[in-house]
Write a new protein. Structure first.
Lengths: 81, 492, 331
């Protein structure tokens, strides 16, 4: 998976969980969890969707790296190579 | 002769009810003997006497409520021989307002000395004193001391009688301070003044405001009037009343129209969120006004729970993972089953226990506002089920598709603001529930562990509870149970 | 009639009253009009102008200056089966006929055990505002409203001026109609009679929710003007025209106060013992638990009505006074 695809996938996953979210406005290094006021349930759903789409098993321990678009994309790119 | 008076059994005690005499007139009593049972607003207490002597007269009948400091009985000197009871003195007339007395009972020194009777005790053989019935030493049925007070025996000059009549004071209720126990003009005037100050001032309110206040259950004394000369008007009462949507038996959650699938279909989003704001405002205003909250807090070690959680999640598909919230909710629900005094409703001045533990879960909505739908029988749900139910109800709360039972059935609400990074929550109870449990964020903190300093994940668990329904001890028991349950996550 | 009239036509209160008289004289041979100067002079306020020419001296009769005599004659005529309309120049002069009205007209039906109805209509001018000074300007209709056995009307609109006379004549009891002197020149489009054109009901002249302005007769235009001013400030005043001062329409008063919870009673009479006092008392009795402010009254100063224009205006209830009273109740 290249980085562009990964970013798209992250944005789509966020949109699935929070349909009203303006994902286009999120910068790559913005802490989207805080900006979108995602609670732990939202975040869990996001992880679930992302895991489902990418086919990557995401552990609890991985989640601290998934707080920004860039972090998520890096994670996806790293785990699909 | 010493007086045995209604003691002050707490800073907030103004009066007590004499339930029972444990002694009879003529009985010898010793310092420290329980002589009477008194019921206060809080409890029933055996009261000891601080004199050694003979119980002379019982002045107050069982069942009578009197102010703190009111003489309940007279204790005479120890009878040298049984059978020589001596003469009893003319009974004191009790009920003198206790204003002269200290609120916190007599000091030990005073008690030992005995109180000097306010009124001179007539000496034996005083001619003006009609003979009292001689005392019997054998146990007698509980005497009726008030019967001794014959109407018409009150001594008072006509002016004093006239004054008493005019001020509506019953002379019989007065304690005469004049010569020979006569009721004086000052006695009457003081009693009248005391009564005048005791009466709360009449609230200035319009007739409509008064009527509305009665209908809406608003206490006019708590309302600020905006009318002429600060008269309370209808508007003031309506503002002070709970929101217009608050039904007679308030539902357990702020109203969400269950059918409102999409906000856009129901009109502007702003209208809905304004309406919800108003509903929350009404409910919370009422909660804070009507419920005397008490707050407790404790720090719970979450090491075992978090370890168990990570272990569980490591072996579960992403879709079956648990959040710390699931454990906290389960613990809160089980604890509510253990401490049922906090699980239910306060209505019509009494507590009704909830049938089952239906845990209200505070869910903040994205457009603003809050609902607290219930997880039915949360104490009986296994963790995966509870997690599923939680996800489901939160999703539906946010899409406005809650069921009626979910918004009205909650017996105890849990709020978990940990996701916002908050550590401690002292919430407002959701009427008519009697408690609100708060969990903050699970954070790593330095802790003393086995005598060493260690870093442990901890969570602050708080309880806001209704002091009308429970006392702090019950609340403390609840938090203790929560903490204990979280140490054994595998049993949750 | 009514239906044939074109609606754009303007008419005055005076003309409406004259039209009512004309209709009455035309439609019933028993009807006749009598009073001081009603014939050749056309009425002191010009109400009956032209009727003498149209109906002749038998039916439009000038009388000597003796209120007691011609009111008594009217009572006699009514007892004898006629339908007299007696005009008294002003309410101040009606006091000379008070004995006839109170002791005869109002009592005969009762004292005869129902045998002697007195189907008499007495019209008179009331009120101040035209510099007629202290012997021609008072508002004593409240005194008449005190008397059981008679009906007291106060038409305040063109429609009531035009349409109250016929039911008054049809009423078996004596009916007193008070025409406020300041209303005669009021002009406007005369609307066809609505179904509420009876003698029993008050009328809501303007609907509102914030305060009730309760009035009648010559004070109605002032109350409506006050309602306009209040509306500009966002206060929606309801204006109740009592129309009948006896019997009072309690239901209308109660219903209005139930809507607004505040009331101002406007009455050009003196405050003490006035009709305004009666209305206030009834609100206190019947609507106490609806009241969100004390009832306000706007009445005339308790002086003989002055002649000097400024003093006269100062003595009378004015729109500004009504607005101020409304503010006291609402603010």
């Amino acid at each position: 998976m290249n980085r562009t695809d990964a970013l798209d996938m992250v944005r789509e996953s966020i949109s699935r969980v929070i349909p009203d979210a303006d994902v286009g406005a999120l910068g790559p290094d913005d802490a989207f969890r805080d900006m979108l006021e995602m609670d732990s349930l939202d975040f869990l759903s996001f992880v679930e969707v992302l895991s489902e789409r990418s086919g990557i098993r995401i552990e609890d321990e991985d989640t601290p790296r998934l707080t920004t678009l860039a972090g998520c994309a890096d994670f996806l790119v790293a785990h699909t190579q | 002769m010493a007086e045995f008076t209604m003691p002050s059994l707490g800073a907030d005690m103004d009066e007590g009810t004499l339930l029972e005499w444990l002694v009879a007139p003529g009985d010898p009593v010793h310092k420290g003997d329980p002589v009477a049972v008194v019921e206060t607003a809080k409890s029933t207490i055996e009261v000891e006497c601080f004199e050694t002597g003979t119980m002379a007269n019982l002045l107050v009948e069982p069942g009578t409520t009197v102010p703190v400091g009111t003489p309940l009985a007279l204790i005479g000197p120890m009878a040298e021989k049984a059978g020589k009871p001596g003469r009893t003195k003319k009974p004191h007339k009790p009920r003198k307002p206790a204003k002269a007395r200290k609120p916190e009972g007599p000091t030990e020194a005073e008690k030992v000395e005995g109180r000097r009777p306010v009124r001179p005790v007539p000496t034996e053989g005083e001619p003006s004193e009609p003979p009292s019935p001689p005392h019997v030493t054998v146990p007698v049925p509980v005497p009726v001391p008030t019967a001794a007070r014959q109407p018409g025996r009150i001594e008072a000059v006509p002016l004093v009688r006239h004054l008493a009549e005019q001020s509506g004071i019953d002379l019989e209720t007065l304690h005469g301070t004049g010569p020979g126990g006569r009721v004086t003009r000052t006695d009457v005037e003081e009693a009248a003044a005391a009564r005048a100050t005791a009466r709360p001032p009449r609230v200035r309110a319009t007739p409509l405001a008064r009527r509305l206040a009665a209908e809406l259950g608003v206490d006019l004394t708590t309302v600020t009037g905006t009318g002429r000369e600060s008269a309370v008007r209808a508007t003031d009462v309506r503002q002070a009343a709970p929101g217009p949507s608050a039904p007679a038996r308030p539902s357990g959650a702020t109203p969400v129209r269950p059918s409102a699938a999409r906000p856009s279909a129901e009109g502007p989003l702003e209208d809905r969120s304004a309406a919800m704001r108003q509903a929350i405002a009404g409910l919370m205003t009422r909660a804070n006004r009507d419920i005397p909250h008490y707050y407790l807090s404790t720090t719970v070690d979450m090491a075992a729970a978090m370890d168990w959680l990570h272990e569980h999640n490591r072996h579960s598909p992403v879709g079956e993972r648990l959040l710390p919230a699931a454990l906290l909710l389960k613990a809160a629900a089980l604890a509510a089953r253990n401490v049922p005094e906090l699980n239910g409703f306060w209505t019509d001045d009494h507590f009704t226990a909830g049938e089952g533990v239906h845990l209200g879960v505070a869910v903040s909505l994205r457009g603003g506002g809050l609902v607290a739908p219930a997880l039915h029988h949360a104490d009986a749900l296994a963790l995966p089920q509870l997690m599923t139910a939680l996800k489901d109800v939160v999703t539906r709360a946010r899409t406005g598709r809650l069921r009626g039972s979910e918004v009205s059935d909650a017996t105890l609400t849990v709020t978990n603001l940990g996701d916002q990074g908050v550590e401690t929550i002292f919430g407002v109870i959701h009427p008519p529930q009697v408690a609100l449990v708060g969990f903050g964020r699970v954070v790593d903190r330095p802790c003393a562990v086995n005598g060493l300093l260690g870093v442990r994940p901890v969570v602050t668990a708080t309880l806001s509870a209704d002091h009308r329904a429970t006392d702090g001890a019950v609340g403390a028991r609840y938090l203790t149970v929560v903490a204990r349950l979280l140490q054994n996550p595998e049993h949750l | 009639m009514g239906g044939g009239r074109t609606h754009e036509e303007k008419t005055t209160y005076r003309e409406a009253m004259r039209e009512a008289l004309r209709e009455a004289l035309r439609s019933d041979d028993r009807v006749f009009l009598m009073g001081e100067d009603v014939g050749r002079y056309g009425g002191c306020f010009g109400v009956s102008l032209g009727l003498l020419e149209e109906f002749g001296p038998e039916r439009v009769r000038d009388t000597p200056l003796s209120e007691s005599a011609f009111v008594g004659a009217g009572i006699g005529a009514a007892l004898a089966g006629m339908r007299p309309i007696v005009e008294i120049m002003t309410v101040n002069f009606s006091l000379l006929a008070l004995d006839q009205i109170l002791n005869n007209a109002a009592t005969l039906l009762h004292m005869s055990g129902g045998q002697l109805p007195v189907p008499l209509v007495i019209r008179m001018t009331t009120g101040a505002g035209r510099q007629l000074a202290a012997q021609h300007s008072h508002s004593l209709e409240g005194w008449y409203a005190h008397i059981p056995g008679i009906r007291v009307l106060a038409p305040a609109t063109l429609e009531d001026a035009r349409h109250m006379l016929a039911p008054a004549l049809a009423d078996p009891d004596p009916v007193l109609i008070f025409e406020h002197g300041s209303l005669y020149n009021v002009s406007g489009e005369l609307r066809p009679p609505s179904e509420a054109m009876d003698l029993d009901h008050a009328a809501i002249r303007r609907a509102g929710t914030d305060i009730s302005l309760i009035t009648y007769g010559g004070s109605l235009p002032k109350a409506l003007a006050a309602a306009d001013e209040l509306a500009a400030e966002g206060i929606r005043a309801e204006v109740i025209d009592l129309r009948a001062l006896r019997p009072l329409d309690d239901a209308a008063i109660t219903a209005s106060v139930a809507r607004t919870h505040r009331a101002v009673v406007i009455d050009e009479a003196w405050r003490t013992g006035s009709l305004a006092a009666e209305v206030s008392a009834r609100i206190a009795e019947g609507s106490f638990y609806e009241l969100d402010a004390p009832v306000e009254r706007v009445c005339s100063a308790e002086v003989p009505i002055p002649y000097a224009r400024r003093l006269e205006q100062a003595a009378l209830p004015q729109t500004a006074d009504i607005v101020a009273a409304a503010h006291r109740a609402v603010d």
